[in-house]
Design a binder for this molecule. Structure first.
Ligand code: URA
Length: 417
């Protein structure tokens, strides 16, 4: 068997065997298959797809490319993952809530991918927060404070770490088999046996249509079942950015403000209620979704979720004075208002374009080795459906480069009707 033949088979739209998929994942993890060969195969998979059997084999090969944790000693661990989106800071808000309700949270998150942000990049914008911990520290953190959020630095699904970064750099993000195998391999390796997945759908998501989102949900649910993990997929809208902030520090500040109960964007409320309640049902904390939704909101209002966030950050080496006083976070050099030129109702805040422009400002990566600028992005003060007057400020561009901010002001990111 050799990699050229495997690439040629997928290029020619043929089905790969389990042995061929295992050979690719092993070789790429160990470095005997190069980035350019892996790029060719990933691109062929992106273009020609994979059937259900191939996707399942790919998921299992990636999951077992490194260690597989067993978290059964921690109790009923429920994990959550999102297929990604613009302004998606749900993990930062929801996981402290879940932990504050006594359910252990042990979650491995990812970095930004394509035009979407990643939880690890956001957490790393908190000074001192360490996302690269050992397995023992990860488990000990969960034991001690009930929550740990870490990156893919452990030997968990190492093949996904490489493929994920590669996909980002070669424009191969929006693919059902690649997303399903990336997410489910991480979930299998990270050890929780109950999983809730937020399958985002819309312009700011990888799945643009309801049909594709349903297909992705179906395949992830069945892979979960096969791996003995109860998996619930929830399709959520992603046509406008989630909440008001987009960009790493900006989203951390928004998540903290929400947990401090300062304000609650409508879309964030409905996503955390829906995902959170399903997690609580899976963990047998409540017997129905409505009771779960109440608990989710209650633990924001009584301050318990915010306290849990402080414990998480402190325990993972982060400086909690930034959480207590978010004014301490570094700011971009230029904070430029976005003014509307007409009166009416906001019909569209284009999540895809806003995500791409955030990356252009430096919030995402062009090459996998690139570092991100945590300060830049957007903060809006309006959502779709809000009315605006001519000349009103509907948000701000946070940029370290004045010219880029001016260029963005020429783009159509908001549609008013
Ligand atoms: N999240 C992941 O972990 N992988 C993807 O491919 C997309 C979102």
């Amino acid at each position: 068997m050799n990699i050229q033949e495997i690439i040629a088979k997928k290029r020619d739209k043929l089905e790969l065997t389990k042995e061929e998929i295992d050979y690719f994942i092993k070789g790429y993890t160990e470095g005997t298959i190069t980035d350019y060969q892996a790029s060719a195969l990933i691109m062929a998979i992106y273009i020609n797809g994979m059937n259900y059997r191939e996707t399942t084999d790919l998921t299992l090969a990636i999951a077992f490319s490194g260690d597989v944790l067993n978290l059964s000693t921690l109790g009923e661990v429920v994990d959550k993952h999102s297929t990604g989106g613009v302004g998606d800071k749900i993990t930062l808000i929801l996981m402290p809530i879940i932990a504050s309700l006594g359910i252990p949270v042990a979650k491995m998150s990812g970095r930004g991918l394509g035009f979407t942000g990643g939880t690890i990049d956001k957490l790393e914008s908190i000074p001192g927060y360490n996302t690269s911990i050992t397995i023992d520290e990860f488990i000990e953190n969960v034991r001690k404070v009930g929550i740990s959020l870490m990156g893919q630095t452990l030997n968990l699904a190492p093949a996904d770490k490489k493929i994920y970064a590669l996909r980002d750099a070669i424009a191969c993000t929006e693919s059902i088999p690649l997303i399903a195998s990336s997410i489910m391999s991480k979930k299998i390796a990270a050890g929780a046996n109950k999983i809730v997945i937020d399958v985002t759908c819309g312009s700011g998501a990888f799945m643009k249509t309801k049909e594709d989102a349903e297909k992705l949900a179906e395949i992830m649910t069945s892979i979960g079942k096969l791996a003995g993990k109860e998996t619930v997929c929830i399709i959520t809208p992603m046509d406008e950015p989630v909440g008001y902030a987009i960009g790493n520090i900006l989203e951390v500040i928004e998540a903290v403000d929400i947990l401090k109960n300062k304000y609650m964007p409508k879309d964030v409320k409905s996503i955390i209620e829906e995902l959170g309640a399903n997690m609580l049902v899976l963990a047998n904390k409540v017997s129905n979704i409505e009771d779960g939704k109440k608990l989710i909101i209650e633990n924001i209002q009584n301050g318990k979720a915010y306290q849990k966030l402080l414990e998480l950050v402190k325990n993972q080496g982060g400086d909690i004075s930034y959480i207590e006083n978010t004014d301490k976070f570094e700011k971009a050099k230029y904070i430029v208002p976005i003014l509307v030129t007409e009166e009416g109702t906001i019909a569209k805040l284009d999540a895809l374009n806003i995500g791409k422009l955030s990356c252009y400002l430096g919030a995402g990566r062009e090459k996998k080795e690139d570092s991100i600028n945590p300060r830049v992005g957007f903060v809006f003060n309006k959502k779709v459906g809000d009315t605006v007057k001519t000349g009103e400020v509907i948000g701000y561009i946070h940029s370290d480069d004045e010219e880029k901010a001016k260029e963005i002001l020429q783009q159509e990111i908001v549609t008013i009707k």
